[in-house]
Ligand binder design. Structure first.
Ligand code: MCN
Ligand code: CUN
Length: 798
């Protein structure tokens, strides 16, 4: 049943042929992308535009003794060379990070990580800027670096943050959650306990488009426009205003087409500030665009959580308690991008999909001589790490007890009737049916058959072992509510504005910003569904702070849960007004007008033939508006979600492990997701495919590494390996639908689920191939030599 004002709809309400909810509408934006008509930051060209190249430190830890600009300034075409001293005049030598730390825009005194920004050369073209950058002479007094979190916390470690008053060590922060005492008790009383150390290695989001900006100050209007690769233009504008002192209404941030974000474009980077400041000072547009290695080496990294997991359970597999201790590497500044009250992100959802009475987590974060960052990369604010921890530990426990990993999950799942469910770490799960998703995945994977096949290979001493890995993850996405979640003090709501034009089409503007997720299509589908319009008649705009309503941006899979809700509520406001206009057009009383979702028409109750379409109503709103109403047909909604949404899924990965080479091949890869009511199944499937590929990269290939001198050894695509079509198997996707009870259209987010859920399934599969020989864990990335070493340890290598 469906409420008159919409309410969660069952899945069969499918688009009505107008491109509404549930239809595989082809992505509107693809027309311009596949014909080369996209407009990315680097496509922007302005008259008299200058180019900026950043001089970066070759050392990870060094005091700057002198910077000689003179030879660079001699280069024909170099217009200016900026250092921290120049920026200080404008109070821009430092900038706040999203966690209220203070980061140098250009190094003030001491370099704290390799490739940190030291100076900026502005020139008439990019090549000249680069020539100039090579002629900036910097004298460094090289200091001993520390690039390992554990080593950085030792007493004799070199002090990194001597810019912080009274700071004597590299300790960044402590955090804890849950009940330490009760958890300790549960561990003492349990029949069985298991423990495992695991590193969630440092990763890089690696969007195809690197970061960049075009600062464009207009002295005539006294207005600073910054075109930049931003996942959150509005909050970036507010921070720009706060830092620069330029009034917010004199700043316009435009985030044009964005070539992938994956979290990389949430923080503010020195390059943005330099391009904007240089343009302001020189009164000419200034472009800065990173190269690939600059992007990998200096912008926000992901993960780097060194975790110990522990589970306490009964003999028959009931999980009684979970405990974890984490050492987190935060790099040289505390610049993680997450709601300010959550120093460890949403990591405290580490009880996962299971009804566990007691839990305790503790974390220590350290500064190291590495680039700052620590949250980005399809992570749902560290849910990646939490899911990895619990899903790995459940497998470890199953092996310890000799239980089937599917069975032990089933035994511990939170049951459908327990929702809304409050976890022992204080999270309010809105809805879920974990067993339903697991059952479907088991069936799709032909689980029993592969278990038999696995045993057969063991019995026959086969060359290739079979491993079956499961992950039954729960996500939490869609921050706010504003009272608990904020970015730099601004509450995490979101917004949508709808303007229906006289000829019956509409412009929708939203406070979130697509980076490839297809918002121009799916937001139009929401409005099409709620107003009975055709999806083709709706244009979605975003990414311009001058025209779009204020919103907190796209990350944490929050666009659908928050801005999607705003779009639905704004549509319903338009629909309410449309009823008054319909009454006028049909010469009936307003209370007699009903809206029919199926036909999208408004009609007089009991007289379906007396009806008007939204197009006719739009005309009425401007050409024949009722005296009781203002002319026009538009609405805006700022939506503060009552709660987050909890999508979930079950992934089953079947691998073959070659006993001779340690190579892992995917035999089957099944992903069942539940993101509540689905707006566009085809786009969801695209999100899942992309995210699973990134999960494979995480599990098998990706790692940002450093040598002892602090050099980034995994800082380019020769050494930081991304999965290609060669490494990606055929994915078999499935879904279940458990609508969010509090979301206006029952939808949950999905953008990060596959990357959050898949790494533990893949590692569990590889471990499963060797668990009969006592192997309990394999560290990521599971390169052939890592796997072979484990085979060797277990006596399985041939
Ligand atoms: N969707 C849907 N029905 C649902 C849920 C979602 O049709 N029930 C659709 C949405 O309408 C949207 C897409 O799926 O078009 C993703 O929606 P959502 O889960 O709300 O996530 P966001 O739009 O907020 O995207 C953010 C998420 C994050 S945080 C990262 S990181 C990531 C990801 O999306 N970065 C991406 N997917 C990406 N995909 C691409 N191509 N590029 C990125 O940079
Ligand atoms: Cu964590 S990466 Mo996405 O939230 O932009």
């Amino acid at each position: 049943a469906e409420a008159e004002d919409g309410g969660p709809q069952p899945e069969k309400h499918c688009g009505h042929g107008r491109g509404g909810m549930g239809e595989d509408v082809k992505r509107k934006e693809d027309q311009r992308f596949i014909t080369g008509r996209g407009n990315y930051v680097d496509d922007i060209k302005k008259p008299d535009m200058l180019h900026c190249e950043i001089v970066r430190s070759p050392h990870a830890h060094a005091r700057i003794e002198n910077i000689d600009k003179s030879r660079a300034l001699d280069v024909d075409g170099v217009v200016a060379v900026l250092t921290a001293d120049d920026l200080r005049e404008y109070d821009l030598a430092t900038m706040p990070t999203l966690m209220a730390d203070t980061q140098d825009v250009l190094v003030n005194d001491k370099v704290k990580f390799q490739s940190q920004e030291v100076a900026a050369v502005i020139a008439t073209d990019r090549y000249t800027a680069k020539d100039g950058a090579q002629k900036v002479v910097v004298d460094y007094d090289v200091l001993e670096p520390v690039v390992d979190a554990e080593a950085s916390l030792e007493d004799d470690a070199p002090l990194i943050r001597d810019d912080i008053e009274d700071k004597e060590d590299n300790h960044c922060l402590d955090w804890e959650t849950g009940d330490e005492e009760a958890t300790a008790e549960a561990f003492e009383e349990a029949d069985v306990t298991v423990t495992e150390d695991m590193l969630y290695q440092r990763l890089h989001p690696a969007p195809i488009e690197t970061c960049g900006a075009v600062g464009d100050y207009d002295p005539g209007k006294d207005k600073l426009t910054v075109h930049m690769t931003s996942q959150a233009p509005h909050i970036h504008r507010t921070l720009f205003a706060q830092v620069s002192g330029i009034p917010e209404h004199k700043i316009r941030i435009v985030s044009p087409d964005v070539g992938g974000g994956f979290g990389n474009k949430v923080p503010i980077y020195p390059g943005y500030v330099v391009a904007a400041a240089a343009s302001y000072v020189l009164e000419q547009p200034v472009k800065w665009v990173e190269e690939r290695s600059e992007n990998i080496q200096s912008t926000g990294f992901a993960r780097d959580y060194d975790m110990t997991g522990e589970l306490a359970a009964t003999d028959d597999g009931e999980i009684l308690a979970v405990r974890t201790d984490v050492l987190a590497d935060h790099g040289a500044y505390n610049a993680v991008a997450q709601p300010s009250k959550f120093p460890a992100g949403f990591f405290n959802i580490f009880t996962g999909s299971y009804d566990i009475d007691t839990a305790y987590g503790s974390l220590t974060a350290a500064y190291t001589n590495t680039a700052p960052g620590g949250v980005a990369y399809r992570c749902s604010f560290r849910v990646t790490e939490a899911v990895y921890l619990i899903e790995r530990m459940v497998k470890v426990l199953a092996d310890e007890l000799g239980m089937d990993p599917a069975e032990i999950r089933r035994k511990n799942f939170i049951q459908p009737e327990q929702f809304p469910y409050e976890s022992s770490t204080g999270w309010n799960y809105d809805s879920g049916d974990y067993e339903g998703a697991l059952d479907k995945a088991l069936e799709m994977a032909d689980y029993d058959h592969y278990r038999e096949e696995q045993q057969r290979r063991i019995d026959e001493d086969a060359d290739k072992l079979l491993g079956i890995g499961i992950s039954s993850f729960t996500e939490v996405v869609g921050a706010g509510p504003g009272k608990t979640c904020d970015i730099a003090g601004v509450e995490m709501f979101d917004s949508a504005e709808i303007r229906v034009h006289p000829t019956g089409n509409a412009t929708v503007r939203v406070g979130v910003q697509t980076q490839g997720q297809g918002h121009e299509t799916t937001f139009a589908q929401i409005v099409a569904e709620e107003l009975g319009m055709d999806v083709e008649d709706i244009t979605v705009e975003h990414g311009d702070t001058d025209t779009d309503p204020y919103g907190l941006g796209t990350y944490g899979s929050r666009s659908t849960p928050v801005a999607g809700a705003a779009a639905a509520v704004a549509s319903r406001k338009v629909r309410e007004k449309a009823k008054a206009i319909a009454a006028n057009e049909l010469e009936a009383a307003e209370e007699d007008i009903t809206w029919d979702r199926e036909s999208g028409e408004f009609h007089v109750a009991g007289a379906p033939d007396r009806s008007v379409t939204i197009t006719e109503i739009a005309a009425g709103a401007y050409m024949n508006h009722p005296s009781s109403e203002e002319p026009g047909l538009e609405a805006v909604n700022y939506y503060d979600p009552p709660e987050m949404t909890y999508p979930f899924g079950s992934y089953i990965v079947i691998v073959e492990v070659d006993r001779e080479t340690g190579e892992v091949e995917f035999e089957k890869f099944v992903a069942v997701d539940d993101c509540g009511n689905r707006i566009n199944p085809m786009i969801i499937e695209g999100q899942i495919h992309g995210g699973l590929a990134q999960g494979i990269g995480t599990a098998m290939l990706e790692h940002v590494t450093f040598d002892d001198n602090g050099n980034v050894t995994g800082g380019d695509f020769m050494n930081y390996l991304l999965p290609t079509s060669m490494e990606i198997p055929n994915f078999e996707t499935g879904h279940t639908v458990t609508p969010s009870p509090h979301h206006p259209i029952g939808a949950k987010g999905v953008g990060e689920s596959p990357t959050v859920g898949s790494p533990p399934a893949i590692v569990n599969a590889v471990v499963d191939a060797m668990s009969h020989a006592g192997i309990t864990h394999v560290e990521m990335p599971m390169t052939p030599d890592t796997v072979w070493a484990k085979l060797d340890e277990a006596g399985l290598a041939t």
